[in-house]
Write a protein that binds this ligand. Structure first.
Ligand code: B12
Ligand code: SF4
Length: 657
């Protein structure tokens, strides 16, 4: 027995209660009644014999019964090979999991009907298990009948929720430090005038403080306004640890939000809301008491299970017709790499894909309005190459006039996909493809520590393909990965700047290491003594034993110079931060930089240091760049660098060196 098993042992269940099976992190299953490990086959036998089981995750206490049943069916299917595995998985999930969620609070007769469907579906599963000879055709009929019934009920619930609530979206511009209090008062006033029954906010690291302050004001103005927070800043572990108990909000939603939000609205409109059955929701038993956090929500299998915000008109046409508007679309959600610092896979044990047809319809919908720039917000567009190629082929056949942006993990691209990107780009002069490529560091050890063991040859292969097909890449690096020293970061920067020399289509973005809520990095960081602070920007790495603050500052200033050089006008054959702003002499900075490097015969780091000195000479004292601790470094890179350092000055300075 492991320590974990010993410390979390609980009394076994008996009588009519379902038998509790614990699933440990090593995937072993432990029968708490028999006090022994059991196999999936043995659990299948228990069910066939009419027994009821409940499988729980030993660490999180999440209910894994539906997942385990699906696994059993999968194994049975492998043995009999008679029915379609996908169909059977669908049956299990639709019949058991979805119905259970709906049963969690559908209200009145609807709930009874859902319950009846659930029971029928479970009965079918049992008989399938018992009679391995069930024919594929019959199983399919049963499945489609039960799925149709559930889909119909699902639609009715959605319609009821929609008609009960008048939903309005308030799009807030980013609130900076300067106008913070003014904006806070203005928006709190706006809300006080509207007097909404419920205020729902999307929390990202750049607005968390703002929404926390706003919630306090809204509650002060009208304590009856209920408030729900969702978004990537909400982490189940943080909620369970009570870290958000002090917020002036009634509900928090972690993980995928659509279904949880819908369920919450449904319950709030019923006379006796039942909140305990809504996965992903945290709520308070009474005002001011700590949050009770329900089990995590099982991710949707397919994004098509959630109505498209574009095709259903949730995103207003008025928004899609704004000049320069960018549409964010998903072809998938989640990531199978599961890097320790990342939240793309948070609460997602697998990737959920969108249907290809729906993705194409969404692209058609937005481009028929005024959208000429689409960002696919997937973690890794090439996670399933066949899927990615099918999307690209569909887009090529559709011939929309738009720029596309994708994120790609090095290695998840091949010749064919690269050629499809290039073909799409050639369809119209405006068309373009930008590939965000997360390199982070070229040093293998820190990558391995982050469970992202990518070796340099994969970077090389990917860059060679991008170069061959002239694909535009935005390369991302992270400053301050656990264990990295200044010299390690310098090695990566030297390598990447060399890559930019002969390729006009690369941009380079460095990011300060961040300890995002809900990531494994926070545990690793404790071991490595990383110090995160909100002194300047949220979750930012301040320093670590291998990267003391003076070294970190050196990195921040050098990368600020890189940002100014590479990502604004004068470097690549297009502008990244402000794509509208193009100039004919657009490669002047690039050429001057490499001229100076060759003339002086120095490393990139030495040349960057000279530029840092140059910046110190011309920048005013109020500039973040010259202040002692370089506060708001990333804000300076993005928002200030271009305005504070002119192109002409840069070219002149480099030529004078
Ligand atoms: C598009 C995008 C951008 C665009 C923003 C364009 C725009 N205006 O939308 C750009 C490029 C400008 C950008 C910049 C940055 N971004 Co960004 N970006 C994204 C990205 C790729 C997509 C966001 C999105 O639409 N997701 C799709 C939706 C469906 O997912 P979601 O937002 O998580 O929402 C779901 C749930 O969270 C929940 N939910 C959300 N809100 C609510 C509200 C309620 C009430 C409920 C119930 C549920 C709920 O339900 C949703 C559906 O399941 C995400 C990564 C990602 N794939 O999510 C990063 C992400 C949001 N960005 C991130 C970061 C760090 C940045 C930068 C700081 C990067 C940098 N170093 O410069 C900058 C800062 C921007 C700034 N404002 O200062 C982080 C944020 C981490 C955090 N904890 O907040 C993310 C999560 C990526 C990451 N690193 O993990 N970004
Ligand atoms: S960093 Fe990229 S590859 Fe790693 S888990 Fe996040 S999205 Fe996936």
């Amino acid at each position: 027995m492991t320590d974990e098993q010993e410390t979390t042992a609980e009394p076994a269940t008996s009588g009519t209660e379902p038998k509790v099976i614990k699933r440990y992190t090593n995937r072993k299953l432990y029968d708490t009644v028999e006090s022994r490990y059991v196999t999936l086959d043995e659990i299948a036998e228990m069910i066939k014999a009419g027994g009821e089981v409940k499988v729980i995750d030993n660490r999180t206490k999440d209910d894994l019964t539906a997942v385990t049943l699906a696994q059993i069916i999968f194994e049975e299917e492998k043995k009999s090979s008679r029915t379609s595995m996908r169909t059977l998985l669908g049956l299990i999930r639709q019949g058991s999991e979805v119905a259970q969620q709906m049963v969690g609070g559908a209200g009145g007769d609807l709930r009874e009907r859902v319950d009846a469907v659930r029971q029928a579906a479970e009965h079918r599963v049992q008989s399938l298990l018992a009679r391995g000879q069930q024919t594929g055709e019959k199983a399919r009929e049963l499945v489609s009948a039960s799925q149709e019934a559930l889909a119909g009920l699902q639609r009715r619930i959605d319609e009821r929720v929609r008609s009960a609530w008048d939903l309005r979206v308030l799009q807030l511009p980013l609130v900076g430090e300067l106008l913070y209090l003014e904006k806070l008062a203005e928006i709190a006033h706006l809300i006080a005038e509207e007097r909404p029954a419920l205020l729902a906010c999307s929390l990202y690291m750049w607005n968390t403080r703002f929404f926390a302050d706003l919630a306090e004001r809204v509650k002060r103005n009208d304590p009856t306004t209920r408030i729900v927070f969702g978004g990537p800043e909400m982490a189940t572990d943080y909620l369970r640890e009570g870290r958000y108990d002090g917020l002036h909000v009634d509900f928090c939603v972690s993980g995928e939000g659509e279904l949880t939000f819908r369920d919450l609205l449904r319950e709030l409109s019923s006379p006796e809301p039942e909140l305990a059955g809504i996965p992903g929701l945290s709520y308070r038993a009474a005002d001011g008491t700590p949050f009770t956090t329900n089990p995590r929500r099982t991710p949707v299998r397919s994004l098509a299970e959630i109505p498209s915000p574009f095709l259903t008109g949730v995103v207003d046409d008025e928004v899609l017709r704004r000049p320069n508007v960018e549409a964010n679309l998903e072809t998938q959600r989640g990531c199978n790499l599961r890097c320790a610092y990342c939240i793309y896979h948070k609460d997602m044990d697998r990737i959920s894909y969108n249907e290809i047809q729906r993705t194409l319809e969404e692209v058609a919908h937005v481009t028929q309005r005024a959208v000429r720039r689409i960002r696919f917000v997937d973690a890794n567009f090439g996670s399933d190459l066949a899927h990615a190629k099918a999307v690209m082929r569909g887009l090529i056949a559709m011939r929309p006039e738009t720029k596309l942006m994708f994120e790609l993990i090095p290695g998840f691209i091949d010749e064919e996909l690269a050629a499809l990107f290039a073909e799409f780009r050639s369809l119209h002069p405006w068309n373009d493809i930008t590939l965000g490529v997360g390199v982070q560091t070229i040093n293998y050890e820190p990558l391995k520590l982050m469970r992202r063991g990518i070796r340099i040859d994969r970077f090389e292969r990917t860059f060679a393909l991008l170069k061959k097909h002239e694909l535009f890449a935005k390369i991302d690096l992270i400053l301050g990965l656990p264990g990295e020293r200044l010299a390690d970061i310098e090695r990566t920067l030297e390598y990447m700047l060399d890559k930019l020399r002969h390729h006009s289509a690369h941009l380079l973005c460095c990011h300060v290491m961040r300890g995002l809520p809900g990531t494994e990095l926070l545990t690793i960081a404790e071991r490595h003594g990383l110090v995160f602070t909100s002194r300047h920007e949220p979750h930012e790495l301040y320093e670590s034993p291998t990267l003391p603050r003076p070294d970190m500052l050196k990195c921040l200033r050098r990368t600020a110079v890189i940002f100014r050089l590479v990502n604004h006008e004068g470097w690549a054959d297009r502008e990244f931060v402000d794509p509208q702003d193009r100039r004919p002499d657009s490669r002047a900075v690039h050429d001057a930089y490499f001229r100076a490097k060759d003339r002086l015969a120095v490393s990139h780091m030495a040349l960057l240091d000279r530029l840092v000195h140059g910046f110190f000479e011309i920048l005013p004292r109020r500039s973040y760049f010259v202040q002692d601790d370089f506060p708001f470094a990333e804000t300076w890179w993005w928002a200030h660098s271009k305005h504070e350092v002119g192109t002409e000055w840069l070219v002149g300075f480099l030529d004078r060196l």
